[in-house]
Design a protein around this ligand. Structure first.
Ligand SMILES: [Zn+2]
Length: 118
């Protein structure tokens, strides 16, 4: 076998691997996130987005528990979020989008404007 032939075969193998890798990368792309309107480019991007949502959901969960404790103690919904005593480290803002949560004193519900489905 000649030296030139070996190099050509190596280049063909590298090209085939590159094509397969490109197909795998394209196959991992996910459709647009319909809820937030943001586009997750890759599986990694989608996983990162989900991890951030978990952080927001966890924050909202602790705030809702604090509101429930307020209701149990006072017998009524808190008039606003600052009147609620939150656990240490919990703020009434989205830890990801840094926007304040919206609070409805009539229903006692708190939501994140950025992650509206929670
Ligand atoms: Zn959020």
């Amino acid at each position: 076998m000649q030296k030139g032939q070996t190099l050509a075969m190596l280049l063909v193998v590298v090209l085939i691997i590159a094509i397969i890798a490109a197909f795998i990368y394209i196959g991992q792309q996910t459709p647009t996130n319909r809820q937030s309107g943001q586009q997750a480019q890759t599986t990694y991007g989608a996983a990162l987005e989900r991890a951030e949502e978990v952080e927001c959901v966890n924050n909202l969960h602790q705030i809702r528990q604090a509101i429930q404790m307020f209701v149990a103690e006072q017998g009524a919904n808190p008039p606003n979020l600052p009147s609620v005593r939150f656990p240490a480290g919990v703020q009434p803002i989205c830890p990801i989008a840094k926007v304040p949560y919206t609070y409805d004193p009539t229903t006692g519900t708190v939501k994140c404007p950025q992650h509206s489905r929670f």
